[in-house]
Design a protein around this ligand. Sequence first.
Ligand code: PA5
Length: 450
Amino acid sequence: MTLRYDASGLSPTIIGDKMSVSGEQRDALRARLEEALGNVKAAHERGELGFIDCPDFDAQEVQAWAADKRAQGFTDQVVIGIGGSSLGARAVYESMAELPDGGLRTHFAENVDPVGVANLFDGLDFSKTLFVVITKSGSTVETMTKFWYAWDRAVDELGEDEASSHFVAITGPDNAGLRALADDKGFDTFPVPPNVGGRFSVLTAVGLVPLALAGYDIAALVDGAGRARDVSMTDSVDDNAILKAAADMFELYERGADQVVMMAYSDQLLAMADWFRQLWAESLGKAKNRQGEEVNVGMTPIKALGAIDQHSQAQLYMEGPNDKHVVFLEVESFDREVTVPEREGLPESLSHLAGKSLGEILNAELQGTRRALQEAGRPTTTWRFDAVAPGEIGAFIFAWEFITAITGELLDINAFDQPGVELGKKLAHGLLGRQGFEEWAEMARSDEAE
Ligand code: PA5
């Protein structure tokens, strides 16, 4: 299994002065990179950055539990969660070319859109459906309201005793919301480690339990993450491709690339860009630095899918403002192939396509787009997957979590809090009438139109 980082699209000869990084500039950054790595390691040693321990997760125990659950006749699972409690599992699930034998069909109930929820639940056979409820805080409105709806319908359909064996709770160790309810009702439960933030938690029970139920090879996933961790922790900057990637992200930001387009040339990897968007946006979009000074930093992450978005976005990326860094996700070997038939009758102008595989065509499209961007002086980097397989996916996840932590250090901000999100949660609780949240309700209503 290999996942490679290719920064050749940043070569000064290709993209000119504005975006390229000279050797001297990189040398100047070296000391800051070493300091950033030292700070991340020290925080980990203090027990603060639990995501670094995630590759040590005991996959076997969860796999055995999931096999037992699958043997009980469940065919489907509904994963109820939002943000970091859903996006990672969904990204990995969607990276599968097909559902493995015996894996549970998985539905992600993320939003509180009434039509989406009603349609999903009306299509379920409750007797064969497992509900996996995931919320670290145990109190997120979107998750807890849908959980309660699921519980109500399951009790109506199955009776309370049977219904409780259809629920699994993945939540913080001692909250008064989901944890208390799960203990009371006797659900199977898994903990979310307190020192792992939501968007960094895909390699904990948060992602691994639903993925094991879907039949995904979670042992290979954490193994791949472990290999990326070995690279990440390498002190020599020259031998650490993950530090180099972080340095590139940061340098390009300093040169004006404050938008990062993650462009997957694989349908299977598109949801990875969704996961990345949250990780990058929520971790690095911050008003204040560590000294409490107003800095308003962050890079806007954008997702795109090749080749589709070549016919939608690429014109802007090539000729619009030079403020984007395009991060390509390239796959060398696809899980399935389709070949353009060699049957006679294709017009002369298209005959060169006969006999070509669609994978070959997709990668030629990528190569062409990358080259065209470079011609226009636009910076690109590429993450190359040998295949979309658990080892590569695990490595990709860990690499980006680590890049995020290092970039947070370089920006001198706390990448692990989310004060903006927390404020939104309090305002929503206030508006919906939660006791003790009256001041938030008042704040939320203060700018309502007369
Ligand atoms: O990264 C984060 O901390 C957030 O995006 C959370 O994952 C999200 O808000 C959901 O929170 P919870 O797991 O408490 O329901």
